[in-house]
Design a protein around this ligand. Structure first.
Ligand SMILES: *Cc1c(COP(=O)(O)O)cnc(C)c1O
Length: 235
C-alpha cells in the first residue's frame, strides 16, 4: 500500500466513523504524524492532500522544517520548557501542555514574537503513570491558571492519548471522559479560551475516538507504515 492508498483508506474510515456520530469526515482533521519519517515521505503525504503534520520532538521539527513543503506543524509530544524557544514561531499548535510552568514559558516566548500560541491541554484520563498529562479533575484549575497568567496563549481544546488496547473499543471510556470535559468548556467565549479541537485517536483507535467525539486524529503508522526506531532522527 502506498502513502496515497493509506491516506485514502483512512479518510474513508474517518468518514464512516464521523457519520456514526452524526458528522462527516470533513468535521475531523487528520494530522499525519511524521516522526522518524523523512522530508520526502512527508512531502509525498502533502501531495496527497495532508495539510497538517505532527511531530513529537523539537529536534525533528528543526531538522526537517526547511525541507518540507508549506504545511501546518503540530507539536504533539512532551515539550521541555527549555526547547519552547526553538519552535514557537514554527508550529501552529502545541497539543501537550500539562503544566502551568510550560504554559508560562510558551506565553513568554509567544510575547517575544508578537504572536498568540494555540495550545491544547493534555488530559491523561486513564491516569497511566507512564504518560504525561493532567488528570480530568485538574483540568478546571489548569484552565483557570493559564487564563490568569498567560495572555499570549489561547486554549483551543484538549488532547488525550488513550492506553493501548488490543481491542480499541476498550479505549472508548477514556475518550468519553475527555469529551465530557471538552463539552463543558466549549460554549465559553473568551479571547484566550476558544475550544475548537478535541485531539484524540491514533492508528490503533482513531475510529473509536471519532465515534466518541474526537475532531482531530493523529495518525502515523497507518499512513507511513511501521517506524524504524534505529533511524533515531534528530537525536
Ligand atoms: C506517535 C504518536 C502518534 C501516532 O501514533 P501511531 O500509532 O503511529 O498512529 C499520535 N500521537 C502522539 C502523541 C504520538 O507520539
Amino acid at each position: 500500500m502506498s502513502i496515497r492508498d493509506n491516506i485514502e483508506y483512512i479518510n474513508r474510515l474517518k468518514d464512516e466513523a464521523a457519520q456514526k456520530s452524526g458528522r462527516t469526515g470533513e468535521d475531523v482533521l487528520l494530522v499525519a504524524v511524521t516522526k522518524l519519517h523523512d522530508a520526502d515521505e512527508i512531502n509525498e503525504a502533502i501531495d496527497c492532500g495532508i495539510t497538517d503534520i505532527g511531530e513529537n520532538k523539537v529536534q525533528e521539527i528543526l531538522n526537517k522544517y526547511e525541507k518540507v513543503k508549506p504545511v501546518r506543524w503540530h507539536l504533539i509530544g512532551h515539550l521541555q520548557t527549555n526547547k519552547v524557544k526553538y519552535i514557537i514561531d514554527k508550529v501552529a499548535m502545541i497539543h501537550s501542555v500539562d503544566s502551568l510552568h510550560l504554559a508560562k514559558e510558551i506565553d513568554k516566548r509567544a510575547a517575544q514574537h508578537g504572536l498568540t500560541m494555540d495550545i491544547l491541554i493534555q488530559v491523561n484520563s486513564a491516569e497511566e503513570e507512564s504518560k504525561f498529562g493532567i488528570s480530568s479533575e485538574e483540568t478546571e484549575q489548569m484552565i483557570r491558571d493559564i487564563l490568569e497568567n498567560c495572555p499570549n496563549v489561547r486554549i483551543r481544546g484538549l488532547m488525550c492519548i488513550a492506553p493501548y488496547e488490543e481491542d480499541p473499543e476498550n479505549a472508548a471510556v477514556y475518550f468519553r471522559e475527555v469529551k465530557e470535559l471538552y463539552d463543558r468548556y466549549s460554549g465559553i467565549r473568551h479571547p484566550n479560551l476558544d475550544f475548537k479541537y478535541l485531539s484524540m485517536g491514533m492508528s490503533n483507535d482513531f475510529q473509536v475516538a471519532i465515534e466518541e467525539g474526537s475532531n482531530l486524529i493523529r495518525v502515523g503508522t497507518a499512513i507511513f507504515g511501521q517506524r524504524d526506531y534505529s533511524r533515531k532522527m534528530g537525536e
